[in-house]
Design a protein around this ligand. Structure first.
Ligand code: FAD
Length: 284
């Protein structure tokens, strides 16, 4: 039997400045030369972030490149969400990353919106748009930071799958066993959608620590200590990071991961350093 092609995708965030927009355009053009399955663009609960997401989606889509907008439901009414989805459907966009999202710090609980969890967003998309969109959802091999426990988090992940999610992208992690264990637990629950590992290249120690603390991703002690010891030596941090993350990707692909989703942080080079070492130009 012929093996299924692996899905390789690149995540972008909507830039806020002209300089950021110029860099994003350059990054998309550079990465698109490597034939990803699609790019995705993050989405935030604040107003200006949302219009920046639409501008990024329009620009990428306008170049004939496949784009999957992220859409979070926190802080929005059903009508607002349906309006955004209708806009995407009219643009011929066929893939959405459906999330609950997080409210900006300081927002009161009154601003939660009509939907409480991502499974309700998946239901709403299927209810109003049928099979128009391929729906991606988030998965957490190291558990979502607000989850009661691993088992409950897994049950909640299954709710999204049962509501109609087609595939999932994971939070990033640096321990391949966390992914293997999560996949096994999913299989035991009868979850059989593709679960693509999210890959975070390592470029800067302090921002990686800040980010990881916020989203509950673990940096193994040995890696944290080695990166920390490099201080401001960015070149050494990037070189070690590229080696470590390439080995992680190799293990994940050998384990049967259905693809890789790179959190590019709008920079082409850190992702391409890993891509080239993996020899993915011949695989994608
Ligand atoms: P949910 O699936 O709703 O889960 C959130 C928490 O609630 C979990 O602890 C879960 O166990 C629990 N839960 C879920 N369903 C239920 C239920 N029915 N009843 C009770 N408890 C439940 N954030 C953004 O703001 N914008 C983005 O663009 C963005 N992109 C992301 C992309 C990926 C691939 C990933 C992994 C994360 C992304 N995030 C983004 C972060 C994400 O929004 C946060 O992690 C958020 O806290 C949870 O979103 P979710 O869709 O996983 O929520």
């Amino acid at each position: 039997m012929k093996a299924k092609p692996k899905i390789f995708s690149f995540e972008l965030f909507p830039p806020k400045t002209e300089k950021g927009v110029a860099r994003l355009h350059e990054t998309v053009q550079t990465l698109n030369a490597h034939n990803p399955a699609y790019f995705s663009v993050t989405y935030g609960a604040g107003g200006s972030t949302q219009s920046n997401t639409f501008a990024t989606v329009d620009w990428v889509k306008g170049r004939g490149i496949k784009i999957a907008p992220h859409l979070s439901c926190v802080g929005s009414t059903r009508e607002e969400i349906v309006k955004i989805l209708a806009r995407y459907a009219s643009q011929g966009i066929g893939r959405i990353v459906a999330l609950r999202g997080d409210l900006p710090s300081g927002a009161g609980s009154g601003s939660m919106g009509d939907l409480n969890h991502a499974n309700e967003l998946v239901e709403l998309i299927r209810e109003h748009f049928g099979k128009t969109f391929h729906i991606e959802v988030a998965a957490y091999p190291e558990m979502h930071p607000q989850a009661v426990n691993f088992g409950k988090d897994l049950e909640n992940f299954k709710r999204k799958v049962d509501a109609g999610a087609d595939s999932a992208i994971t939070q990033y992690f640096y321990n391949a066993d966390a992914y293997a264990n999560f996949i096994e637990a999913c299989e035991r629950l009868g979850i059989d959608i593709p679960i693509v590992p999210g890959i975070m290249p390592i470029t800067n120690f302090s921002s990686l620590v800040r980010f990881s603390d916020g989203c509950g991703a673990e940096i193994p002690r040995w890696l944290r200590k080695r990166l920390e010891a490099y201080g401001d030596d960015i070149d050494s941090i990037r070189a070690l990071g590229a080696d470590v993350v390439t080995r992680l990707c190799q293990r994940l692909l050998e384990m049967g991961a259905p693809g890789l989703h790179f959190y590019t942080m709008n920079q082409a080079m850190p992702t391409l350093a890993i891509w080239d070492r993996l020899g993915l130009d011949s695989a994608s």
